[in-house]
Design a protein around this ligand. Structure first.
Ligand SMILES: [Zn+2]
Length: 467
């Protein structure tokens, strides 16, 4: 994918650089990419990983950037704070989607019932077709801020119920987390959508047969609880985020459109402090940006691409390691799968013992999973039934959060060896980067608040802001 697109990308960049300097007549094709939890360290980690991969493949040619998003001509930086302080994805999604700062947990509302209109709805009213793509589930906070309103992100059924009512033309990604509500007694949102004229595709064949016209929902065949599979764990037949975006272009690309595409699981991997998994999510997200850039190359005058994030997760930091030259790529590429896959493979720790699991961990995480005191102590904790662990103690929470202790300890060792350290299992208040290309991209340079993305998008589309 990456190699195939390289030429296209260079062509698109040349055009983007030329266009960035000119005044444009309204962007008619607008892509807003949101890497959930993706700070600059997450982007840099993916850069270093890809550079390491190229070197491992024998390609030592210097190159400015490995990630497409890092090569876009306009760069900026946004503050992400919400009215509650360090933001969650609901308040940050609301700021990006509606231009309004709100409390954590509120989805396109002030948290007290007052609704904020989203850029997607406004674009829709102005004749743009709308696509919402996410590797997370549709009712999750970030996508929800673009099509729904709720005082609480936890009210997933209430949120999901608004999806078919939006009339937006394309929803794609993981799927619904709980289409029949928490107690599974409500009318299925999938059925409601179908009776509202949505074609619903849940297999690869169904996805491939979707053609322009009407409205469509396409969900990942490998989804679990509405999440797309991890990129690091994905199987042959899974549909990638890039494919979902490409399909969106095929379905909506005939006229004006606004598409929000979220890399929703970067955040999840960073909550778990799993660098190798996060890097693959960033790369999968970047491949989705590639498809937009290929479209920009064909429609240079009226296409705008904006890539940003809602907040940083994990307090990820990268430092140089002195031991081996390929420490970073070597360590990160040796990890066999996501933390959750390893957690899922732990069945009878007490009966099977430390040695067996240490061997398993070394096979899965590489040599970084070492015989240290921290790892041994964590295994002892894993061997205790969940109910009996001191999960409420400050020390336990700081070391393991809500995760399996042994998995966390092995990953922490491996990450540290590769120069990756984390400060929290939660979000941080760091600023995040904005990258842009195409019609009106220059407005996204500089340092400003996340809520201004909304205003700048409206301006680029030449839509008068009406509240
Ligand atoms: Zn998060």
């Amino acid at each position: 994918m990456r190699v195939r697109h390289t030429l296209k990308i260079f062509a698109a960049l040349l055009i983007a650089i030329v266009c960035a300097g000119q005044a444009q007549a309204g962007a008619k094709h607008v892509f807003l990419f949101i890497g959930d939890g993706m700070g600059t360290a997450q982007r840099n980690a993916a850069e270093i990983f890809l550079a390491g991969k190229r070197a491992a493949d024998g390609d030592f040619q210097p190159r400015q950037s490995q990630l497409t998003m890092n090569s876009l001509p306009v760069t900026g930086e946004i503050g992400t704070g919400s009215l509650s302080g360090v933001t969650d994805s609901a308040a940050a999604g609301t700021a990006l989607a509606t231009g309004m700062k709100t409390k954590n947990g509120a989805v396109a509302t002030d948290g007290n019932g007052a609704k904020f209109r989203s850029i997607a709805s406004i674009a829709h009213e102005n004749g743009y077709k709308v696509g919402i793509v996410t590797s997370s589930f549709f009712e999750d906070a970030t996508p929800a801020a673009f099509y729904a309103h709720s005082d609480s992100r936890a009210r997933r059924y209430e949120i999901g119920r608004q999806l078919p009512e939006s009339g937006f033309e394309y929803f794609a990604g993981g799927g619904f987390s709980n289409p029949k509500g928490k107690d599974k007694k409500m009318q299925s949102i999938v059925d409601i959508a179908a009776s509202n004229g949505y074609r619903v595709a849940s297999t690869r064949a169904g996805f491939e047969s979707l053609s322009p016209g009407g409205r469509a929902i396409s969900t990942s065949p490998g989804a679990r609880a509405g999440y797309m599979p991890w990129a690091i764990d994905s199987a042959e037949n899974d549909i990638s985020l890039a494919e979902f975006v490409k399909k969106g272009i095929d379905l909506l690309g005939g006229g004006s459109f606004f598409m929000m595409a979220e890399g929703g699981k970067i955040d999840l991997a960073c909550h778990a402090n799993d660098a190798a998994t996060a890097i693959r999510e960033v790369i999968a997200f970047d491949e989705a940006v590639d498809t937009a850039l290929a479209f920009l190359a064909e429609h240079p005058d009226d296409t705008l691409i904006v890539v940003t994030s809602d907040h940083e997760t994990g307090g990820m930091a990268l430092s140089a390691t002195s031991d081996v030259k390929d420490a970073f790529y070597g360590a990160m590429s040796r990890q066999r799968g996501s933390y959750s896959r390893f957690e899922g493979s732990i069945s009878k720790p007490a009966a099977e013992g430390f040695e067996k699991y240490l061997a398993k961990a070394r096979e899965f995480f590489g040599d970084g999973a070492a015989r240290t005191d921290g790892v041994a102590k964590a295994f002892a904790m894993t061997a205790i039934p969940q109910k009996e662990r001191p999960v409420k103690s400050a020390e336990y929470k700081k070391l393991y959060g809500p995760y399996d202790p042994f998995t966390m300890a092995c990953m922490r060792e491996m990450n540290a060896r590769a120069g990756v350290t984390w400060s929290t299992f939660y979000h941080t208040g760091k600023h995040v980067a904005v990258s842009a290309a195409g019609a009106g991209a220059e407005a996204f340079a500089g340092e400003y608040e996340n809520s201004e993305i909304f205003t700048k998008l409206l301006k680029a589309m030449e839509i008068e802001p009406v509240r």
